[in-house]
Design a protein around this ligand. Structure first.
Ligand code: SF4
Length: 799
C-alpha cells in the first residue's frame, strides 16, 4: 500500500523526513550501511577487543584501567549500565561485560564539551548532527543556558541558574504545571531528596523511565503476588531446572546474565528462549573471562527456542498452562502442585474453567507456535522441580503486557514455582537504579502510607492527587497544561514514543531543564528557555564539605549497595545530583523549606538516615549499606508470603485480544543494537545481527521480502497505523534499509530511537500506560530516495 492509498486522517504523512520540529529526529544516513550474516556466537575475543578499543579511545589507558579496576567491586563503582546483580559473596577482578566497559568509557571519557564548544555550534547546527555525534562531544563542564530567541547556549553561573528555575517554578499558577522526570541512573540519595523537594513544592508529577519499561511488570506482580518486583536471587539460578527467558535479549542488554545462564546450561538446566528473534546471545556464548574457551565453539545456551509472533506471548503461555491442566486431567495429582495451589492461591477453579474454553486453534494462530512445540515445552516445565521465568521489554511494551505477565505468574503458581529456592519470577531491569528510584518514592502515585510518613517526619502535607506518568506528561505539555519540564538525567526526547509529538510538547514549555553528563538530543529541542546542568557521574569522585561521599543503588534483585566514584571529575564546576536538588530546593522553597537541605548534602549519611525513617526495608541503612555487597530489601513473595488483600497469590483470567493486520500490514517492534544502551549510542554497528556502519534498517522475514518483491539493501518508507476514536492516524519514517532476517512472518524490527516516531502517543499497554513499542501496526512502500546502495554480503540469508 502506498501513502496515497491511505484514505483517512493523515498525521505526519505530509511531513518532511525529519518532521515538523527541526532536529527532533536524527538525520537520515543509510549510504554506508553494510549487511552481513548474523554472528554465531556472543562475546568471546571480539568482545575483549571491542572493550579494549573503546577504553583506549575514550578515557585512555590510565583513566580507563583505574575505573574498570573498581567496576562492580565491593567498595567500587556500580556499573551505570544495566541492573543485573553482582555476586553476593565472591567477585572476580573483572566483574563486568563489554557493554559495561562501553558505559564506563562513555562516562570516563577524556573529551570535554566546554562553553567554547557551544560558542562554535548553534542549536540548529547541533540538531542536524546524529545522536552518536552528539554523545561523543565529551563531558559537559559548565552550566549552560539557552535564552529566549537566542541560537546558542551560553554559560550561566549556578546561582543564576537556580534563581532562574526557582523564579519560573514560583510563578506557576499551580505546582502541577511542573513536571519532574527521573532516569534510572539517579542514585537513591538523589532520588529521595528529589521526590522530597517535588512533593514539598506541591506536586506528584514524578514520571520516570520505569513508566516506559517495567511499569507493566510492577503493576501485574503487585496485584497477584503482592510485590511489584522480581522474587529471585542470583543464587536461585544455580538451583533452577528450567529457566525461561522471555522477550529479552540478555546478550546485549544484560550481558553478564549470559555467564549465569552458561553455568546453568553446563549443569544441564533447560533454557527456553521465547522471543520473535533468534538472538545470538541466547544461542551460543563464549565467556570473555575464560581464556581457553575464547578459541572454542562456545557454550550452547538455549536448549529450546520458541519463535513466538510479536504480541503472541499471552497465547503461548495460555497454551503452556492449558497443556499442564490437560495433562493433570489425564494424570490427576501428578502435574499441578495441589498443596501450594490450595494453601497459597485463590481463583484456581475459575482459571481452570476459563482456560478450558480457550481454543487450541486460537492459541496456535495467535502465538505462531505449533501445538507440538507447546506440548514439548510444557513437558520440560512439568518435569522441572524448579523453574525461573525472566523477561524484559519484549513483554512489557505490548498492549496486553500486564495480562501476559500475569499469565506467566499463573504458570508459576500451577507448579508452585514461587516462594521457594530455585524458583520465581524475574523481570530484568534495564537501567542501573531504575528499581531503586521507585523504592525511594519516584512515582506519580506513591501509596498513602509513604506520603503519611513524609508528613509525619517532615511536617508538611504532601499532595495526594496522583501526578502524570510519562505519556500523560507529554500530553499535558502538548496541551499547554504543563509549562516547566525538569529532567534528572536521561534523554527524554529519544526515550519517549511519538518523537514529533513529544518534540512539539517540549517546545511548548516555558522552561526545559536537563541535569546531564553529556550532550544529547533532548538539549536541542527546548522550551522558550532551556538549561543544561552538568553533574557528576558514577565514576567521578564526589567530595562534599564533610569529605568523600558514596551513593547507593538497588539492583534488579532488590539488593541495595554502595557505589563510590574515584576519578577526577571532568571539571571543578560540576555538582552532584543531591547537591543540585538541595540548591534547587533552597532557591525555590526559601523560607518554606522544612528540610535543612544544605546540611543534608554536606554528608550523604544524613540523607540515608532520613531514608531509613521513611522507606520500608531501609532501616539502619547507613550500617547495612556498608556491609560487603549491601543488603536485600524485604520481599515477602520470595519468602512464600503473599501480601495481597486476600493474603494469597491470585490466578488471573485474561482474554486474548489479537491485533488485526490488514492487507500489506505488519507488526513492528523496536530494538537496541549491540552498540547502544537505552538512548546512548556507543557506535554504529550491531555486530550480533550483522549490521554495520549504520542504524536505519528494518529486519524482515526473507519470505515476506520475496513475496513483496523487495530485496536486501532496498530502502523502504514505514507508515504506522493507529485507530484513535474512530479515525486512523498515520505516521511515517523514511528510508529504512531492508535486512532479511530470521523473524516470524509479518513481524518486523527496527532500532529505536529512529523508529520512535512511528509509536503513537495514544498506543499504550492496557492499564500500565506503557508505550507499545513492541506492537506497532505498519505498512511499507519503496522509498523514492535514491541513496547509494547498501553493501550486502551475498552469503546473507536472503529469500
Ligand atoms: S551486565 Fe550490566 S551491570 Fe554488568 S557490567 Fe554489563 S552492563 Fe554493567
Amino acid at each position: 500500500m502506498g501513502k496515497a492509498d491511505h484514505p483517512s486522517l493523515a498525521i505526519g504523512t505530509d511531513r518532511q523526513s525529519n518532521g515538523n520540529i527541526a532536529g527532533a529526529q536524527p538525520p537520515i544516513e543509510t549510504d554506508s550501511i553494510q549487511i552481513t550474516p548474523p554472528a554465531r556466537v556472543a562475546a568471546g575475543l571480539k568482545s575483549v577487543l571491542k572493550a579494549t578499543e573503546v577504553t583506549l579511545k575514550e578515557p585512555g589507558l590510565v583513566r580507563g584501567v583505574a575505573a574498570l579496576a573498581r567496576l562492580n567491586q565491593f567498595d567500587g563503582i556500580d556499573c551505570p549500565g544495566c541492573a543485573w546483580p553482582d555476586p553476593d559473596h565472591e567477585r572476580s577482578l573483572n566483574e563486568y561485560c563489554e557493554n559495561g566497559v562501553k558505559a564506563i568509557a562513555e562516562e570516563a571519557t577524556a573529551k570535554r564539551c566546554t562553553p567554547d564548544f557551544f560558542r562554535s555550534w548553534s542549536v540548529a547546527e547541533l540538531a542536524a548532527q546524529s545522536d552518536y555525534w552528539l554523545g561523543h562531544q565529551g563531558r559537559l563542564t559548565a552550566p549552560m543556558v539557552l535564552r529566549e530567541s537566542r541560537d546558542h547556549y551560553e554559560p550561566i553561573s549556578w546561582d543564576d541558574a537556580f534563581t532562574m528555575i526557582a523564579g519560573e517554578l514560583n510563578s506557576l499558577s499551580s505546582p502541577n504545571q511542573a513536571i519532574f522526570y527521573t532516569s534510572g541512573r539517579t542514585s537513591n540519595e538523589a532520588a529521595f531528596l528529589y521526590q522530597l523537594f517535588v512533593r514539598q513544592f506541591g506536586t506528584n508529577n514524578l514520571p520516570d523511565c520505569s513508566n516506559m519499561c517495567h511499569e507493566s511488570s510492577g503493576l501485574a506482580l503487585k496485584e497477584v503476588i503482592g510485590v511489584g518486583k522480581g522474587t529471585v536471587k542470583l543464587e536461585d539460578f544455580d538451583l533452577a531446572d528450567t529457566i525461561l527467558i522471555i522477550g529479552q535479549n540478555p546478550g546485549t542488554n544484560h550481558p553478564r546474565m549470559l555467564a549465569t545462564l552458561q553455568k546453568a546450561a553446563r549443569r544441564g538446566a533447560a533454557i527456553v528462549a521465547v522471543n520473535p528473534l533468534a538472538e545470538v546471545g541466547l544461542t551460543r556464548f563464549k565467556h570473555p573471562k575464560d581464556v581457553l574457551g575464547l578459541f572454542g565453539a562456545g557454550t550452547k545456551i538455549a536448549t529450546h527456542f520458541v519463535q513466538v509472533r510479536l504480541s503472541g506471548d499471552l497465547a503461548f503461555f495460555q497454551g503452556l498452562c492449558k497443556e499442564l491442566l490437560e495433562e493433570e486431567a489425564r494424570r490427576p495429582g501428578e502435574v499441578i502442585h495441589h498443596d501450594f495451589v490450595q494453601q497459597k492461591t485463590t481463583g484456581f477453579e475459575e482459571y481452570r474453567a476459563a482456560l478450558a474454553g480457550v481454543s487450541w486453534d486460537d492459541i496456535v494462530e495467535q502465538s505462531g507456535i505449533p501445538r507440538e512445540q507447546i506440548r514439548q515445552i510444557a513437558k520440560v516445565v512439568m518435569r522441572s522441580k524448579n523453574v525461573i521465568a525472566c523477561w524484559a521489554m519484549g513483554l512489557t511494551q505490548q498492549r496486553q503486557a500486564v495480562a501476559t505477565i500475569q499469565e506467566i505468574v499463573n504458570l508459576a503458581l500451577l507448579g508452585g514455582h514461587i516462594g521457594r529456592p530455585g524458583n520465581g519470577v524475574c523481570p530484568v531491569r534495564g537501567h542501573s537504579n531504575v528499581q531503586g528510584d521507585r523504592t525511594m518514592g519516584i512515582w506519580e502515585r506513591m501509596p498513602g502510607s509513604f506520603l503519611d510518613k513524609l508528613r509525619d517526619v517532615f511536617g508538611f502535607e504532601p499532595p495526594r492527587k496522583h501526578g502524570w506518568d510519562v505519556v500523560d506528561s507529554i500530553k499535558a505539555m502538548h496541551r499547554g497544561d504543563a509549562k516547566i519540564f525538569f529532567a534528572m538525567g536521561g534523554n527524554f526526547l529519544s526515550a519517549t514514543p511519538d518523537t514529533e509529538f513529544t518534540a512539539e510538547a517540549l517546545s511548548r514549555c516555558e522552561l526545559t531543564v536537563h541535569v546531564s553528563t553529556k550532550l544529547n538530543r533532548a538539549h536541542v529541542i527546548s522550551g522558550r528557555q532551556a538549561l543544561i546542568l552538568p553533574c557528576l557521574g558514577r565514576t567521578d569522585r564526589d567530595r562534599q564539605t564533610s569529605g568523600g561521599q558514596f551513593v547507593s543503588v538497588e539492583n534488579s534483585m532488590g539488593v541495595v549497595h554502595m557505589s563510590r566514584g574515584s576519578l577526577d571529575p571532568p571539571s571543578d564546576q560540576l555538582l552532584s545530583e543531591p547537591a543540585i536538588v538541595a540548591r534547587l530546593a533552597v532557591a525555590t522553597l526559601g523560607d518554606h523549606a522544612r528540610v535543612q537541605w544544605m546540611h543534608l548534602v554536606e554528608d550523604y549519611d544524613r540523607i540515608r538516615d532520613l531514608i531509613a525513617q521513611i522507606v520500608p526495608g531501609c532501616e539502619d541503612m547507613n550500617r547495612r549499606v556498608r556491609q560487603r555487597g549491601g543488603f536485600y530489601l524485604p520481599n515477602a513473595a520470595r519468602d512464600n508470603d503473599f501480601k495481597t488483600r486476600s493474603g494469597k497469590a491470585h490466578f488471573t483470567v485474561s482474554v486474548m485480544e489479537p491485533i488485526p493486520l490488514g492487507p500489506g500490514q505488519f507488526l513492528l517492534t523496536t530494538l537496541r543494537t549491540h552498540d547502544q544502551y537505552n538512548t546512548t549510542i556507543y557506535g554504529l554497528d550491531d555486530r550480533y545481527r550483522g549490521v554495520f556502519h549504520g542504524r536505519r534498517v528494518v529486519l524482515i522475514n526473507p519470505e515476506d521480502v520475496r513475496e513483496h518483491g523487495w530485496k536486501a539493501g532496498d530502502r523502504l518508507d514505514i507508515t504506522s497505523h493507529f485507530w484513535n476514536e474512530g479515525r486512523e492516524e498515520l505516521r511515517t519514517a523514511e528510508r529504512f534499509v531492508v535486512v532479511p532476517y530470521e523473524i516470524p512472518r509479518r513481524c518486523v524490527a527496527t532500532y529505536f530511537p529512529e523508529a520512535n516516531v512511528l509509536v503513537p502517543i495514544g498506543s499504550v499497554a492496557l492499564r500500565s500506560n506503557t508505550p507499545t513499542s513492541k506492537a506497532v501496526v505498519v505498512s511499507f512502500c519503496l522509498s523514492n530516495a535514491n541513496d547509494a546502495a547498501a553493501r550486502v554480503d551475498e552469503s546473507h540469508v536472503v529469500g
